[in-house]
Design a binder for this molecule. Structure first.
Ligand code: UAG
Ligand code: ATP
Length: 495
């Protein structure tokens, strides 16, 4: 594509050196991935300064560079006169605006729904994708479980665990639009908001599920974390807000556009309230109170918090113009994401539940819900995540202690850490770490096998936390891993 950099609109270009026009066929922020005719964005990261790799990118064929460092731009523009150099105030911001324009603003051609919150983003994005598609607005989704069109999973190589970098994001929007989808529900992490990955997008709907401490290794303070999440609502035309959450209640006061609020509290002031939640066969039934009317609803999901997540999808559909009777009818066919309260039946009538819960709050609520199901003994596996916040690990142990018959402690994604150090950190949260029903394992595979081994007739085996992209991240490498495969193999071998 021929680009005249003088005609591109981004708000922070300080100067342009070199040719104004170039033929561009690739965007990248990683010099190792630069190829002929690429645009390279020099990002200052936690470990490297992208400015150090500009020459590397040029050697590999980059013909335009976005950079913030004036001295570097001066020197390199002189050395590489065939290359275009754009000096900008904020490379990440420029990357977001440039990517949007490069792909012809695909975010404006489809409805965009952004989901933020400590717990529930993946679940809500999947519910919104499913509900909108059932209502006739074919919708994709973007997040931890991958990139999905309205009909299938699309095998992208992901640049990040949850919210893609801007240049991937706009390509995905374009691909979804080209596939005929009319909407996309995407997880928007606090880190993505901080790193301006969604800058320049005006969301049709922004959803807030809840907030509790998370990612403090990145944001350092809870206040920074909260402020990052709030940014999503400064770029949204409509909002869906959980008022059972403190940040949600504050948002309701500050957010001035159209909004739908939701709650599980019969006494709350909210547009959507679910009461009388009851397990019913393969799902949950409840009464939905909305503006003086009461509706009977059945939805094939488990867990009170998942009913709250369903309310956020209902709110989104209402804001996008659908009517309540149509929505309620469609909810009976709602699809859930994999690994979120995913139930597998074992051969001796054990119930194995795979659930991605990995924050102390999510673990507590998950165990509350699981205990409502009929069972003999409860076996719970918890995993410290090496690439996440170490401070939350002991709190995960506290959330489980005294609530399960057997506890297996293991590791997810050790990263560059020694697995036993991560296990020690989780163990430090138990009042009695030497109790005979608490077991240590150093890999997720061992943890799953130990849990299955301890399970018997009518037991529930709850395997928490999980994989990113079907893999365990070990020393920077993705090692393929699937709990489901291990479960299948275990029962096959022992039968
Ligand atoms: C911790 C963190 O914020 N990491 C992000 C950060 O990387 P970094 O600061 O380590 O980058 P760096 O290694 O210092 O390098 C700086 C720049 O130099 C470039 N470089 C480096 C070396 C080289 O040879 N050539 C080169 O061009 C790098 O490509 C990069 O652009 O900047 C990169 C470029 O923007 C991001 O892709 C990267 O996300 C990584 C992949 C990541 O794992 N992020 C996680 C923490 C994340 O974003 N998580 C959230 C939430 C997940 C959840 O749901 O809980 C998410 O949305 O995924
Ligand atoms: N609304 C909710 N409130 C509390 N806990 C929830 C809620 N929704 C889901 N959970 C719990 O949190 C776990 C993770 O859910 P989900 O993957 O949807 O969250 P997430 O925000 O996408 O997390 P991540 O970004 O780490 O993937 C679920 O498996 C469940 O145990």
């Amino acid at each position: 594509m021929i680009i005249n950099f003088n005609q591109i609109q981004y708000n922070n270009v300080r100067s342009l050196k070199g040719p104004a026009t170039q033929t561009v066929n690739q965007l990248t922020f990683n010099s190792n991935l630069a190829g002929p005719d690429s645009v390279f964005f020099a990002i200052k990261g936690e470990n490297h300064d992208g400015h150090m790799y500009i020459e590397d990118a040029i050697q590999k064929g980059a013909i335009a560079i976005f950079a913030e460092n004036e001295d570097v731009v001066q020197t390199l523009a002189h050395a590489y006169p065939f290359c275009t150099f754009l000096l900008v105030d904020d490379v990440r911001k420029s990357m977001a605006y440039f990517s949007k324009q490069y792909y012809d603003s695909p975010d404006e051609k489809i409805k965009t729904v952004g989901v933020t919150g400590t717990n529930g983003k993946t679940t809500v994005a999947a519910y919104v994708r499913s509900l909108l598609s059932l209502l006739g607005m074919s919708s994709g989704s973007i997040g931890t479980t991958g990139i999905w069109s309205s009909t299938k999973r699309i095998p992208y190589k992901k640049s990040t665990p949850t919210t893609p970098e801007a240049l991937d994001l706009h390509r995905i929007f374009k691909d979804l639009y080209d596939l005929g989808d009319q909407a996309v529900a995407m997880e928007v992490s606090s880190i993505a908001l901080d790193q301006k990955r969604v800058e320049g997008i005006e969301f049709d709907v922004a959803i807030h599920t809840n907030i509790s401490p998370e990612h403090l290794e990145y944001h350092h303070t809870f206040e920074n974390y909260r402020m990052c999440k709030e940014k999503l609502f400064q770029q949204a035309k409509n909002a869906v807000i959980n008022v059972d959450d403190e940040m949600g209640r504050k948002l309701v006061n500050t957010y001035k556009h159209r909004k739908v609020t939701y709650s599980l509290d019969a006494n709350a002031e909210a547009d959507l309230i679910a009461t009388n939640l009851q397990y019913a066969g393969n799902g949950t039934s409840f009464k939905l109170h909305s503006h003086g009317e009461i509706h009977d609803v059945f939805v094939p999901v488990f867990g009170d918090y998942n009913v709250a997540n369903v309310l956020s999808a209902i709110g989104t559909s209402l804001l996008l113009g659908y009517t309540m009777p149509f929505i309620i009818k469609s909810l009976t066919k709602l699809e859930s994401p994999e690994g979120r309260f995913q139930v597998i039946d074992g051969p001796s009538r054990e119930t194995i539940i795979l659930d991605y819960a990995h924050t102390p709050v999510a673990l507590t609520r998950l165990v509350d819900e699981v205990k409502k199901m009929e069972h003999n003994r409860l076996i719970v596996m918890v995993a410290g995540i090496g690439i996440r916040d170490f401070e939350k690990m002991p709190k995960m142990a506290k959330a489980i202690e005294g609530r399960a018959d057997e506890i297996i402690v293991t590791v997810d994604h050790p990263g560059f850490h020694e697995p036993s150090i991560i296990v020690d950190k989780v163990m430090s949260g138990f009042a009695n770490p030497d109790a005979p029903h608490i077991h240590r394992t150093n890999t997720r595979r061992e943890g799953v096998l130990k849990s299955l081994h301890l399970g018997g007739e009518h037991d529930i085996i709850l395997l928490t936390s999980g994989c990113i992209n079907g893999a365990q991240i070990v020393k920077g490498t993705e090692i393929p891993h699937s709990d489901e495969d291990i479960i299948q193999m275990y029962y096959h071998l022992s039968s």
